[in-house]
Design a protein around this ligand. Structure first.
Ligand SMILES: NC(=O)c1ccc[n+]([C@@H]2O[C@H](COP(=O)([O-])OP(=O)(O)OC[C@H]3O[C@@H](n4cnc5c(N)ncnc54)[C@H](OP(=O)(O)O)[C@@H]3O)[C@@H](O)[C@H]2O)c1
Length: 482
């Protein structure tokens, strides 16, 4: 029932920042799972690269511990075999030492990919040295992590720098939300069925809600986060990508540029957002835990840890259907979902006592990836025609049984796509720039007005004003719950 595992071509994957948090928590445990599934061919090689002066064995030990900690249940023998594929080179992105060493480890005739799992300030230096020392050619691929810029100007500058050394077709900008199974399923549901697409427009859809709620605080990323905030950290990239996939026109083919052209059109059709239609929030301290300002060590911070907004897409399909987006930290539950709320039936033959009922298609990204379609039926039993809403559920865990555990997580899938040379699930440079062009005026408006986020309780659904944002339209946010 579950995926056919098709081995990818042999590859050399160099992970700059191979000793860092992301590499240890996500990238290497993900690669181990692909190895375990048989997708990684015998000849695949992974080389960690960072400044720390350590040998191959020390790196292998580090990654063994990382996979044990973050990789879930595993077979120790398989892990030994996997770490045996790892190599390490000490190299400084800003210096000239180590590069010849690294070059010596790369093989001809295999796919060559370089993962920049380092801060964006190093992207330019890495790209330049990869070319300068002859490690990369026109077939090599580079993978770059978020954040891709801080605003339009910095994103443009990053694009210019990367394109000095690589073609757009070689640049893989990661947004791991696009690698999630349900996000791809969203496209399968929309464009693989006759059922939904005819209804997927302003005539039948009342509104769409996108929620990405986290229970965690800013953690150890306070310094970065306080300069970014929820708008830059989540909305400009993850929520924008979800919005694009839910709102875009059917691409002619499931091919990188067809899909990305359609996503770009959605961003370009977004209206500027009136500041009355946005609510920013900041979580407060409670009895047991410090608040946002203590977490970022800035008592005067006016950065938002929560944002909710109402958007309009000005095109034929969506004119008149609002999109409500919200995301935040320290909320009631960790839950990410998209809800397509259809309009009421035009006339109820069952009379006013049957109440109003709406179909809602919920696409759940986490936890429990899956989809639910709320349908109205007769309440069973005697007592007249009473209507109730029941869910038609499609959870991956139920549909796939034990095999559901083998569904690759986002990073695994995306890295394999890099090796396959498939850019469909990666952001193109113009998409990123368009998203910043839409985001920048909102943030500039806050700064110009001296906007201060509304406080909200940790463990709540965000500030009261966010609830009002929908109430004043006669609508209601869905509960944030697991
Ligand atoms: N962690 C996450 O969950 C996460 C999620 C999304 C995106 N990201 C992004 O991914 C990137 C990496 O994040 P991270 O959390 O892994 O950071 P991190 O834990 O600070 O790791 C940074 C890595 O870069 C290496 N490095 C630093 N300066 C270097 C230089 N001059 N030359 C070569 N290597 C250098 C470090 O090793 P040495 O000090 O030994 O050089 C380390 O391996 C960042 O852009 C971050 O925004 C991270």
């Amino acid at each position: 029932m579950v995926s056919r595992v098709i081995p990818v071509d042999p590859f050399d994957l160099v992970i700059f920042g191979g000793t860092g948090d992301l590499a240890r928590r996500k990238i290497l445990p993900g690669l181990f799972r692909r190895f375990n599934s048989g997708q990684m061919p015998e000849e695949a090689r992974i080389i960690g690269a960072a400044r720390s002066d350590m040998g191959r064995e020390a790196f292998q030990d580090m990654i063994r511990r990382a996979v044990e900690e973050f990789g879930g249940p595993h077979d120790p023998e398989a892990l030994t075999e996997f770490v045996g594929r790892l190599d390490y080179v000490a190299v400084d992105a800003m210096g000239d030492g180590g590069w010849e060493d690294l070059k010596g480890k790369l093989r001809a005739g295999v796919v060559r990919a370089f993962y920049f799992s380092v801060g964006p300030s190093l992207f330019g230096a890495l790209a330049e040295r990869l070319r300068g020392f002859g490690l990369a050619d026109d077939d090599s691929r580079v993978v770059v992590e978020k954040p891709f810029g801080h605003d339009l100007a910095s994103a443009r500058a990053l694009n210019v720098t990367l394109r000095e050394h690589f073609h757009e077709e070689q640049i893989y900008r990661i947004d791991h939300y696009l690698g999630k199974e349900t996000v791809q399923n969203l496209m399968a549901v929309r464009f693989g069925n006759m059922l939904f697409e005819p209804l997927w427009n302003a005539q039948y859809v009342d509104h769409i809600q996108i929620t990405v709620a986290e229970t965690v605080d800013v953690g150890g990323r306070g310094g970065y986060y306080d300069k970014a905030g929820a708008m830059r950290d989540m909305v400009q990239n993850h929520l924008m990508q979800l919005l694009c996939l839910i709102a875009m026109e059917p691409p002619a083919r499931f091919e990188p540029d067809s899909v990305r052209d359609e996503k770009l059109k959605v961003i370009r059709a977004l209206d500027p957002v009136d500041y009355h239609q946005i609510v920013r929030g900041q979580y407060e301290a409670d009895d047991s835990q410090p608040g946002y300002r203590a977490h970022v060590d800035n008592q005067r911070s006016t950065t938002e840890s929560f944002v909710a907004m109402k958007l309009a897409i000005s095109n034929w399909r969506w004119a008149g259907t609002p999109f409500y987006l919200r995301t935040g930290k320290k909320l009631r539950a960790r839950a990410s979902e998209i809800a397509v709320v259809f309009k009421d039936a035009p006339h109820s033959i069952f009379g006013p006592e049957a109440g109003t009922h709406r179909n809602v298609l919920t696409i759940r990204l986490q936890p429990n990836e899956g989809m639910t379609l709320g349908v109205t039926i007769k309440e069973p039993g005697p007592g007249g025609m009473r209507l109730i809403d029941v869910p038609l559920d499609m959870s991956f865990a139920d549909a796939l049984g034990p095999d559901a555990e083998d569904v690759p997580d986002a990073y695994e899938r995306l890295i394999m796509d890099v090796i396959r040379g498939n850019q469909t699930l990666f952001m193109r440079g113009d998409e990123v720039e368009a998203a910043w062009a839409w985001t920048d005026p909102i943030i500039e408006g806050w700064t110009a007005r001296g906007d201060v986020p509304k406080p909200y309780d940790a463990g709540s659904s965000g500030p009261e004003d966010a609830l009002m944002l929908m109430h004043k339209d006669g609508r209601k946010w869905r509960d944030i719950r697991v």
